[in-house]
Design a binder for this molecule. Structure first.
Ligand SMILES: Cc1cc2nc3c(=O)[nH]c(=O)nc-3n(C[C@H](O)[C@H](O)[C@H](O)COP(=O)(O)OP(=O)(O)OC[C@H]3O[C@@H](n4cnc5c(N)ncnc54)[C@H](O)[C@@H]3O)c2cc1C
Length: 423
């Protein structure tokens, strides 16, 4: 039998990642009656599992305004939420190992400084070695792109901080069950179905990460969102040897966390073949051509899912997800090798744990954010394509503003769903 909640909400947010929790926080703080629906627990998916880079550097220029808008939020976040999130503005460094690397980085740096006023600058090899403690003098680095205003934070703590603050501002949460449908009445949103219960609201934000496309498809919006499984490894802590900047090498990103451990992850990951993999194939031809290393096709994934698994890693700082994504041992090795080559003084550090997260990707590798034409009351913030932790708080703020009928505080015109539905 279907039950209907006895109260009407101003806003229902689907998804308790950094985008959903921050949207719930800002909306509740603005006085809206907010319900957040999360199928597992806050930060159990990408927002608790990512590398923690908060970078403007090397972003697609179409999402740069969103990310630049997020920086003042990060800078004031611990004061605003009254909680520690491990924020540190240690800069972001993208190492170059060839003349071609330098050319690409110089082109980005030129546009970012001239058009967006960023503090990004190019460093020589000597300057790079002077800036990054423990970087090996013989690691073949020829220079780097460096953005001092970039930073880092602890993903699970930041997401939970938004969640706790939303709760304190009066938001309500429904955990443990997935939203199963977005309901419409007379052409506009009327609520969210969670199994046999209907929660009513005039505005719904879908911020369900890799769960968004299936929900939106049921509601009539077909987004070509796909999934990449990415692996992260974490070493034992060595707080006495500090590296403040986030570093991107040839393959891997490396960040030292608040406890002094090093997290590392190879850019890209595994595309696990599914029975419905044909669905969005036509959208990804260009993406595969321009970035062939972004995803390795795992043809055996449907079979591997049937194999028994080892227990999940006991050391992670986030709740488990019902997806139980499998960390890939060879990705841990790849990241580890690069880490040891770049930082031989740290090569003796043991890998203590590893995990994976399912990245929600769009064909053009930037998110969809905002209203949906013809679906009054529906807002989406999804498809952050592996780099949504940094802009997440600003995406949440944008969505909360739109939910209360105001304008987006930053330009999101390039992030509209229209780029997919009108083809
Ligand atoms: C390994 C890895 C490294 C990364 N590194 C970085 C980085 O360094 N910097 C950066 O900026 N970004 C990084 N990212 C990307 C970043 O983590 C994501 O873009 C960001 O966290 C997305 O946040 P979100 O709130 O949109 O989604 P998520 O964090 O995925 O949250 C979505 C939530 O929705 C819930 N959900 C799904 N379906 C339903 C449903 N039907 N009903 C209810 N709830 C549902 C899920 O359980 C989940 O909690 C990385 C990602 C990974 C996996």
């Amino acid at each position: 039998m279907e039950a209907t909640s006895d109260r009407n909400w101003d806003l229902i947010v689907i998804g308790g990642g950094i985008v959903g929790c921050s949207a719930a926080y800002y909306a509740a703080k603005n006085g809206m009656r907010v319900l957040l629906v999360e199928r597992d627990a806050p930060a159990s998916a990408q927002s608790g599992r990512n590398l923690g880079f908060v970078r403007q550097q090397n972003r697609d220029f179409r999402e740069l305004a969103l990310m630049i808008g997020a920086m003042p939020i990060w800078e004031g976040l611990e004061a605003e939420l009254g909680r520690q999130v491990g924020w540190q503005q240690g800069g972001n460094l993208s190492l170059a190992f060839s003349e071609a690397d330098l050319v690409a980085r110089r082109a980005w740096q030129k546009r970012a400084t001239e058009e967006f006023g960023l503090d990004t600058r190019m460093l020589s090899a000597a300057e790079t070695l002077a800036l990054v403690p423990h970087l090996a003098a013989d690691c073949d680095v020829v220079g780097a792109m460096y953005t001092p205003s970039d930073g880092k934070a602890e993903p699970a703590r930041a997401t939970r901080a938004f969640f706790d603050a939303a709760l304190e501002n009066g938001a309500a949460f429904a955990f443990g069950e997935p939203a199963t449908g977005i309901e419409f009445s007379a052409g506009r949103v009327s609520g969210v179905q969670v199994r046999d219960r209907l929660y009513r609201a005039d505005v719904v934000i879908t911020a369900a990460g890799a769960g968004s496309a299936a929900l939106l498809r049921k509601a009539g919006l077909n987004l070509p969102q796909e999934f990449i499984r990415a692996t992260v490894a974490r070493t034992a802590a060595r707080p006495q040897q500090r590296i403040p900047a986030c570093v991107s090498g040839q393959l891997a990103g490396i960040r030292q966390d608040v406890n002094g451990a090093y997290l590392m992850s190879v850019a890209g990951g595994e595309y696990d073949l599914r029975f419905d993999s044909w669905r969005h194939m036509r959208w990804y031809g260009e993406t595969r051509k321009s970035n062939p290393d972004a995803a390795r096709l795992d043809y055996l994934a449907p079979l591997k899912r049937l194999l028994p698994r080892k227990a999940a890693s006991p050391l992670a700082d986030f709740p488990p997800s019902r997806d139980r994504p499998r960390a890939e041992a060879f990705r841990v090795d790849q990241a580890r090798q690069e880490f040891s080559r770049l930082f031989p003084a740290l090569a003796d550090l043991e890998i203590e744990t590893s995990w994976a997260g399912i990245i929600d990707v769009m064909p053009d590798v930037i998110p969809v954010l905002g209203t949906v034409e013809g679906m009054s009351g529906l807002l989406v913030g999804t498809g952050f394509s592996g780099h949504g932790f940094g802009p997440g708080p600003m995406a949440g703020k944008v969505l909360s503003e739109l939910a209360s009928g105001r304008k987006s505080p930053v330009d999101i015109s390039s992030l509209s769903t229209l780029r997919f539905v009108k083809r």
